[in-house]
Design a protein around this ligand. Structure first.
Ligand code: HEC
Length: 119
């Protein structure tokens, strides 16, 4: 089989377009997977919670120590039900304000899921 230069160019261009398409699809499925679970909760946690609870959730911050925040990885916290954690985050507990009004219920649920990833 003899291929003309023109045909070879067409095949080359088609092949390259296919690879680009494959890359785009790969990239999209990756970013979708990251967008589901507690990923968004992580962003909210960084923005609203680390000042007291610390990036790792242990409460090892100046404000955290001053307020004696519980270690979110501890059995005392992880042993609670999702509903109990939700109530603390949404309605507040002790010196911690509630976040349902400012963040909305969905974000508070994501935060519960995120707190679960800290253990
Ligand atoms: C101003 C400091 C502060 C900030 C900001 C803060 N917390 Fe807290 N958090 C506390 C303190 C203090 C407690 C302990 C409350 C108590 O048991 O009296 C606590 C407790 C908790 C608990 C455990 C509740 C329990 O029953 O043991 C969870 C879960 C929690 N916080 C999640 C969050 C999340 C999620 C955010 C961000 C939306 C957040 N906190 C922001 C101070 C803070």
């Amino acid at each position: 089989m003899k291929l003309s230069i023109k045909k070879m160019k067409t095949i080359l261009v088609a092949g390259m377009s296919l690879s680009i398409l494959a890359l785009v699809i790969l990239f999209q499925s990756n970013s979708q997977a990251a967008g589901t679970t507690a990923g968004d909760g992580g962003e909210t946690f960084k923005a609203k919670c680390v000042a007291c609870h610390g990036a790792d959730g242990t409460g090892n911050t100046t404000a955290g120590k001053a307020m004696k925040v519980p270690n979110l990885k501890s059995a005392a916290v992880q042993g609670q039900t999702d509903a109990q954690l939700y109530a603390a985050i949404a309605k507040g507990k002790g010196k911690m304000q509630g976040y349902e009004k400012s963040l909305g219920a969905d974000k508070c649920k994501e935060l519960v899921a995120y707190v679960r990833t800290l253990k």
